[in-house]
Design a protein around this ligand. Structure first.
Ligand SMILES: Cc1ncc(COP(=O)(O)O)c(C=O)c1O
Length: 404
């Protein structure tokens, strides 16, 4: 039987209204496009990737190899996560987020993405408003909308270091405001909230009866010498209204293993666990054992990766400063820069999306335009790529900018 790809057949819609308008992940689309062009033999440098370019550390792979040979891992397991991994998450959260939790406050998920989707599913009723400091990661509005919520952008600019203030949040609050998404370090800007700034926002959430979904996936990728960014849950008073999101993807170069988790009050966590029991059951047991080794095992590789990212960050900043029409915010965390390129736009490239198209098609450089993050006029460049590629890619980019 031939399957039609038409959206309607005889006037009948095939795709649900909910999914018809859902855009695919822009960051994944850019990486796919770069892969396609490379497969055609073109030289493309990709600044699109949201993942470390390092292999997963060997001791973690070894733990997975052992786990794969254990018949116990070949069966379904507790949908909320393997008990030893949940215990490891308790200790890890105490160490790096500074928060004391019990293991029954955790659901282990298929990456932080599932934790975010499940947090929204557990908290949002139709019409509830969700405050999204902008620029924001592409997946948050998609997740909010799928849960029936309404994303409310709260705009921040380069002048405030892309950080939202309590005054802005208060101005955006209505009686439908249900939660705030807080991410520090941020994707796409790399900005990091100080403990004081985080405390003010956490306190505002408590006082205003607004939930917090705090995404800490980049918490250990900070470049100020500290071991982790301040956790909003630690600096505010307890976990009463906070869901913490975390995972092994970014800190341990484990994006493909798909292990994340959510932490929160048991009523919400139990609701999320029920959701997961129907949606995906347990996370791959072998990947869970690998994640456990990541959390419990030697941590030197995290420090080493962070050191390399820091060197690349400085190199990237130095190179981009050569183009005076770029306005640069110097990031303190994650592995992205988010330059404002407004002064490069005009007749040839009216928008940053056009400039992004020009870069990949004419210069062989893949970047993610700011439009995808609710911030037109910017580009996101990941510096999680090899030093030579970084230098070559920025050079190609600046050469193209020189011709504008
Ligand atoms: C801010 C943020 N949160 C969560 C994720 C997803 O992490 P995971 O790979 O664990 O699903 C990403 C990945 O790009 C991210 O940038």
């Amino acid at each position: 039987m031939e399957v039609s790809l038409a959206v309607t057949i005889d006037g009948v819609k095939r795709v649900s209204q909910r999914l018809e308008k859902l855009p695919g992940s822009a960051t994944m689309a850019i990486s796919n496009r770069a892969r396609e062009l490379r497969a055609e033999g073109q030289d493309v440098v990709s600044f699109g990737a949201g993942e470390p370019d390092f292999p997963t550390p060997a001791h973690i792979i070894e733990a997975a190899t052992i786990a794969a040979k254990d018949p116990a891992t070949h069966k379904y397991s507790q949908n909320v996560g393997l008990p030893p991994l949940r215990d490891a998450i308790v200790d890890y959260t105490r160490e790096f987020s500074g928060v004391d939790i019990e293991s029954d406050q955790i659901v282990v998920t298929n990456g932080a993405k599932q934790a975010i989707f499940q947090s929204f599913a557990a908290l949002i009723d139709p019409g509830d408003e969700v405050l999204l400091p902008t620029p924001h990661w592409v997946t948050y509005p998609a997740g909010v909308q799928l849960a029936g919520g309404v994303p409310v952008a709260v705009e921040t600019t380069i002048d405030e270091g892309f950080k939202v203030s309590v005054e802005q949040l208060e101005a955006a609050r209505t009686e439908r405001t249900k939660l705030l998404v807080f991410v520090s370090p941020s994707n796409p800007t790399g900005s990091v909230y100080s403990a004081g700034e985080a405390r003010a926002i956490g306190q505002w959430c408590l006082d205003s009866d607004v939930w917090l979904v705090a995404d800490e996936i980049y918490q250990r990728l900070v470049y100020d010498g500290s071991a982790a960014a301040a956790s909003i849950a630690a600096v505010t008073d307890g976990l009463e209204n906070v869901l913490l999101i975390n995972g092994v993807a970014k800190s341990f170069a484990m994006t493909g293993w798909r292990v994340g988790w959510m932490i929160g009050p048991t009523d919400v966590i139990n609701a999320a666990a029920r959701h997961q029991s129907h949606a995906t059951s347990n996370v791959n047991n072998i990947a869970q054992m690998a994640a456990m080794e990541a959390l419990r095992g030697p941590q030197e590789t995290v420090d080493e990766m962070r050191r390399i990212f820091d060197t690349r960050r400085n190199r990237m900043i130095g190179l981009l400063k050569e183009e005076p029409r770029i306005r640069l915010f110097e990031p303190d965390g994650a592995f992205y820069v988010f330059p404002n390129v407004q002064d490069l736009l005009g007749d040839r490239y009216p928008t940053s999306a056009d400039l992004g198209d020009g870069l990949i098609n004419e210069a062989g450089v893949a970047v993610v335009p700011g439009e995808s993050f609710g911030a037109p006029g910017h580009l996101r460049l990941s510096y999680a790529l090899a030093d030579d590629d970084l230098e070559r890619g920025v050079e190609k980019m600046l050469t193209m900018f020189g011709s504008i």
